[in-house]
Design a protein around this ligand. Sequence first.
Ligand code: ADP
Length: 372
Amino acid sequence: MAITRDDVLKALSTVTVDRDGTTLPGSGRLSQVVIDAGNRVMFSISVDPSEAERFEPVRREAEGRVLGLPGVSSVLASLTSERGPNAPGPNATGPGAAPVPPRQGNSLPGVRHIVAVASGKGGVGKSTTACNLALALRAQGLKVGLLDADIYGPSVPKLLGLSGKPRVIEGRVLEPMEAYGLKAMSIGFLIEPESAMIWRGPMVQSAITQMLRDVAWGDLDVLVVDMPPGTGDAQLTMAQATPLSGAVIVSTPQDLALIDARRGVTMFRKVSVPILGVIENMATFICPHCGTASAIFGHGGARQEAERLEVPFLGEIPLTMAIRETSDAGRPVVATDPDGPQAKVYRAIADKLWGNLNGAPAGRAAPKIVIE
Ligand code: ADP
């Protein structure tokens, strides 16, 4: 029999959140409960980041209670600092902009660096860049993972030519998929593409937290996270809740995209995540017939913008048929043509990125952290 929301709420009403015996559903901290495919339950618990440690046992208990219901196959419960539609929200301190709390520092065991690849808006080539950068870091001999956090438009399965479902190894821990020497996880492996479309911010955060923490990533030098595009609340919460070593902003050269990129830089600065650099994608168009380069979107804007914002500039990626065709065919260019001109561009950017991650003086300016 399919599980209902009432069944879940009943189970959760046995979980208390304080000494007075306030139940989880009665606390106003519970997000909407979503039941996917009849037996997979998802919800989040709204907390202030300072309460995260105290609420972790509550989260675990809640998850256990729901998992104990007959017919439930898996539960995804997470703590989130983004307020759900019904929650009074522990962050609500009255009108006006509340200060952004510092991000949580829970690192991921075995993973040395987590790097977000972000963009101010969709369609600038963020996922393509994240995937090829991950492969370029791999080509340096590093152990690399790629986490697709672009919940509404997961593209990592397609970019890496992967299909099928990841194996559950123990309890509810998933084994990452593998392609071209990368470990990869994407919501696209787990649910039907339409399902995530109805998720609200807290659900998205839950899914991402699970893909971070309940996946057997093993030892990694770097986990590249393909972030959801944009700079809204969901992205801010994610940037804050993920133990990021730094962020890379991908932009196209046009002015409009640069305004979005600027917002991206501001967003990461708000949560004290160092900007490792800006990448200009689709910088010049390389004609597939004659090889001539033309700057169809203008050129150099991202470099100037990086200088203005005092963040490192990592490099320019041309607009080429080879990049588009290989990405769309699941045969990323860095893996399939490792000695070609495109791979060389991505490798140079990956070198700078790795240098900046490890504090080497790469790029034009040292990462600067501004707490606003
Ligand atoms: P985003 O993640 O920002 O939405 P994608 O990585 O999905 O963008 O890229 C959007 C489209 O642009 C895809 O078809 C991809 O193959 C193409 N693309 C991305 N970067 C390049 C590039 N440098 N040259 C040619 N095509 C590109």
